[in-house]
Design a protein around this ligand. Structure first.
Ligand SMILES: Cc1cc2nc3c(=O)[nH]c(=O)nc-3n(C[C@H](O)[C@H](O)[C@H](O)COP(=O)(O)OP(=O)(O)OC[C@H]3O[C@@H](n4cnc5c(N)ncnc54)[C@H](O)[C@@H]3O)c2cc1C
Length: 290
């Protein structure tokens, strides 16, 4: 196996166009090195992109643009501002400090784990991905990019360069909540991101809810979003949203938790997330008492 460390984006794209499927991108390496050690991947070329400083910038003016090589630590430190707290919170729960210092958001996206923490948070912000090859540049919604467990729509000659998030409107709150065996060091048993926007009278005018570790890929729950939309947050609508989520997810039993346990924690997570979104949006508690 040949290791190619590149110093410019053009050089990286040139290597990708030459080797295609035989080339594995290496960013922070927190997934790749484990997959190599386990023999799950055996690329002819390992393309080390860590030195591409231009892909590590976070631009929070106007439409927020996160370079694919921004580390979880970069994002956890609040560089995205108050509008994207779910993304910062998700990044802050990825493994321990060492993993966050080197693991990148682009690696989390392209690895496409069903349990990836940043994916639900990016999904509720309608993240769009910029993919570059030596010949083209295209933008694709994250929701379309993730096809299944560790499967994406990335072409063999493409590099993810940036992730763009639209600015949230007024009276919007977002949050990421994670259930794990040891909260800050463990892959999610269930992860839930929510973003709610409110009219001045507390009516929900935009609802986005996404979950990780509940099926082959992180997903938005359209049914739960519909249950919350168009009314104030009341116990009945929150319960209806929880019911809808449970009808849409398909969790598995695994070493970290049973499918039954995952289903049991979802309603509580959803309730807490609605409360936090309402508070962060400045509209008080869901039942109107705050
Ligand atoms: C101890 C430990 C704990 C962990 N805990 C968590 C956790 O709690 N939550 C969680 O979500 N993850 C966790 N992970 C997984 C991992 O840290 C994350 O997925 C991380 O974000 C991967 O980023 P990376 O830069 O290390 O990616 P790499 O390992 O370098 O790459 C991952 C994949 O993405 C591809 N890739 C990377 N960058 C690009 C790019 N710019 N364009 C195209 N393809 C690219 C690679 O080819 C590879 O397929 C953990 C890992 C470890 C080792």
């Amino acid at each position: 196996m040949e290791v190619r460390a590149v110093g410019s984006l053009d050089d990286a794209l040139e290597v990708l166009s030459r080797y295609g499927d035989g080339c594995q991108v290496l960013a922070g390496g927190t997934d790749v090195m484990i997959q190599l050690a386990r023999g799950e991947i055996a690329p002819a070329v390992l393309l080390h992109v860590e030195k591409l400083a231009e892909l590590r910038t976070v631009d929070a003016n106007g439409a927020t643009r996160i370079g694919a090589l921004a580390t979880h630590r970069d994002l956890a430190r609040g560089r995205l501002g108050d509008g994207f707290r779910a993304v910062a919170e998700a990044a802050a729960t990825v493994g321990g400090l060492q993993t966050q210092m080197v693991g990148t958001i682009g690696g989390n996206v392209c690895n496409a784990s069903p349990a990836a923490d940043t994916l639900p948070a990016l999904l509720v912000h309608d993240a769009r991905l910029t993919l570059r090859s030596s010949a083209t540049s295209r933008t694709v919604p994250l929701d379309e990019f993730i096809l299944g467990r560790r499967s994406t729509g990335r072409g063999p000659d493409e590099l993810l360069t940036a992730i763009t998030l639209a600015p949230p409107g007024e009276r919007t709150g977002d949050v990421y909540l994670k259930v794990g065996r040891r909260s800050a060091m463990e892959v999610a048993i269930v992860g839930l991101a929510m973003r709610l926007s409110f009219d001045p009278d507390g009516t929900v005018n935009d609802a986005r809810i996404a979950l990780a570790s509940v099926g082959p890929r992180p997903l938005r729950s359209a049914g739960a979003e519909t249950a919350l939309l168009g009314g104030r947050l009341e116990p009945e609508s929150i319960e209806a949203a929880a019911e809808a989520v449970l009808g849409e997810v398909n969790p598995l039993d695994d070493l970290r938790g049973s499918a039954d346990y995952r289903r049991r924690v979802i309603p509580g997570l959803l309730r807490r997330a609605t409360e936090m979104c309402a508070q962060r949006a400045g509209t008080g508690s869901p039942d109107g008492e705050g």
